[in-house]
Each structure stands twice: as C-alpha cells, then as structure tokens.
Design a protein around this ligand. Structure first.
Ligand SMILES: [Zn+2]
Length: 323
C-alpha cells in the first residue's frame, strides 16, 4: 500500500456512501445505502457508516496506517472546526451532532468535514470543470441552489462557514417565499421546486398542456424534470419557463461575477440536464448584468462530474485541506 489512501464519507438525506479513494480521485471501493434519517437516529447512522468504512478497508486488505484520513461531506449548517452539525434541513433531528469527533474516535484517524455544497465545489475544482483554475465558483441547480467559492486557490469559509450561500442572495424584493424564510432569494426563483412553481402558477392560463401531460395530468405533480422534458420536445410554454428561471439565475451569476471575478463558474443538476435551454438565457442575463472585462475572463460551463461529484466531494475536501 502506498499510504496515500483516503476514506470519503458522504452523508445525504436520502442515501449515504463511503468510498476508499486515492489522492488522484480514483475510487477503489464504494458502499452506499439509504440513510433513513426518519427511522434511525444520528448515532445509528454514524455507526453504520463507520462499519462500512471498516468493511472497505478489510475488502481491500488495507492496513490502517495506509490511510491518511477521512473526509466527511454532510448537509450544513455545520462548524468545520469543531465538526458539529447543526440541524441540516435534509437530516431531521441532527441538532448539534459531533460528526467529526465521532469518526475520529470510531476510525482512529484524522477527520475533516465540510458542508456538501462546498465539498462538491472542491471536487469540481480538483477533478472536474474547474480543474487548473485558482478562482472558481460551483453552483447546483437542484432542490436548492447551493454553492462553493474558491478564491485565489482556497475554499472561502467566511466568519462562520456561511460563505458561498449564493442561492440566498436577494434577486427580487418582495418575491416568492424561500425555504430559508426570506423573500425573493435566487433559490426561490431558479431552483427545481421554483421552476415547478413557475409552471404551476402559469398553468392556470391553460398553455401548459404538454407539461401537464408529462406530470400525469396533475398540476401539483409538475416537477422541473417535466418542464425540461417538454422544453426538449420544443414545447413553447416549457421553454418560456426555463427562460424565466434562467434569467433569474443569470442575474445571480452576474452578481457573483462582479464580486469575485472568477475564471470559471460550473453549474450542476438542471443546467446539465437542460443544456442550452437554460444556459442561453443565463448567458443573455450575464451579458446584460456583468461587465465585459469580467465576462471575458470567465467561462460558464456545466459541471463535469455528474453523480461522481458526490463520491469525490468527501475525498476532495481532505486532499485540498492538506495542501
Ligand atoms: Zn433563501
């Protein structure tokens, strides 16, 4: 063994995974299973993950000395220094859970922890769309709009680990209510649920037939996925919805560009699935709301890692911190 192995632990609301990887991001072994936070308490989930990590080491016949450490990617908010997790929305009941301390004890290895959006940003920076840059921004466009910011070659944490909460910048005063309690956040205007809501509200006007058919005829069941599918078929209503969401997203991205002057911004999830249908309106808004010299220095691209991003997130956060 080369002594360069890393254990990556990804704790998600739906499923969790443990990987054994090299410093280059090659996954040697992987185990995953449903997290079931409603059925199992935090301690039970953590003990199961530690057991999975031990199974991986046994399966690869790895002596404990060959592992550098453990990276843990988990829903935030969390404190990266103490390693305590504070009630992530996707992990009900996880109030004040000392995740870092638990794995340090259970696996007798050094542990680093990062919120999942920051960890995925590090993975895209190390191994994906942002490789080779020093100023990079990653944004997911999924259930929420999460982000991570790398400035001058370092992940920005801010005063208390809330740097990069790009999805909660205000885009529209008195706009729709966001899950965070504020109004008019980018996340309330351009995330998957926000796109579905735009369609549902417009659906009242009767131009939504294709989207509605894809949703089984039930307006309440419309998701962003149905809108992307209908838009790909050329449905004008769905295209218009994506244009509207993309424009909001573009305004948010232009704001980020004006503040950080990044070389590359990578967009995940819906941006990857919808392609030009959302990238074009984003680019049009960026052209309108960001300076040319800033735009000229920056590429806006789809994220490159796809599902591998989550597996590599926990690995990347360990590697990046040890530089
Ligand atoms: Zn918000």
């Amino acid at each position: 063994m080369d002594g360069k192995l890393i254990i990556g632990v990804d704790i998600g609301g739906t499923k969790s995974a443990v990987v054994l990887a090299t410093e280059k991001g090659e996954i040697r072994q992987r185990r995953s299973e449903p997290t079931q936070p409603d059925l199992r308490g935090p301690l039970e989930v953590l003990e199961r993950l530690a057991a999975m990590a031990r199974e991986l080491l046994t399966a690869e016949n790895v002596p404990s000395g060959a592992v550098q450490g453990v990276g843990v990617s988990c829903g935030g908010p969390l404190d990266t220094k103490t390693g305590v997790v504070y009630a992530p929305p996707n992990l009900p009941g996880w109030e004040g859970v000392p995740v870092k301390q638990f794995f340090e004890k259970a696996l007798a290895l050094p542990v680093r922890i990062e919120n999942d959006a920051n960890a995925t940003a590090l993975a895209e920076w190390r191994f994906g769309a942002g490789k080779g840059t020093r100023n990079f921004v990653f944004l997911t466009m999924g259930t929420g709009i999460g982000g991570g910011v790398i400035i001058d070659g370092r992940l920005a944490h801010g005063a208390n680990d809330l740097a990069g909460e790009i999805g909660h910048q205000t885009i529209l005063m008195n706009g729709p209510l966001c899950g965070c309690g504020k109004r008019g956040c980018l996340e309330a205007l351009a995330s998957g649920p926000a796109i579905a809501r735009l369609a549902r509200e417009s659906a009242l006007y009767g131009r939504h037939r294709r989207v509605l058919t894809l949703a089984g005829g039930r307006p309440a069941d419309i998701t962003a996925h149905h809108i992307v599918e209908a838009a790909k078929e050329g449905d004008p209503f769905a295209i218009q919805i994506l244009e509207e969401a993309g424009t909001y997203m573009g305004v948010g991205i232009a704001n980020v560009m004006q503040m950080l002057n990044p070389e590359c911004i990578a967009l995940g999830t819906i941006a990857v699935h919808a392609g030009d249908l959302i990238m074009k309106p984003i680019e049009a808004a960026v052209e309108e709301f960001a300076w040319k010299r800033i735009r000229d220095a920056c590429r806006i691209v789809p994220a490159a890692l796809g599902d591998r991003g989550q597996d590599l997130a926990a690995v990347a956060l360990w590697i990046t911190d040890s530089d």
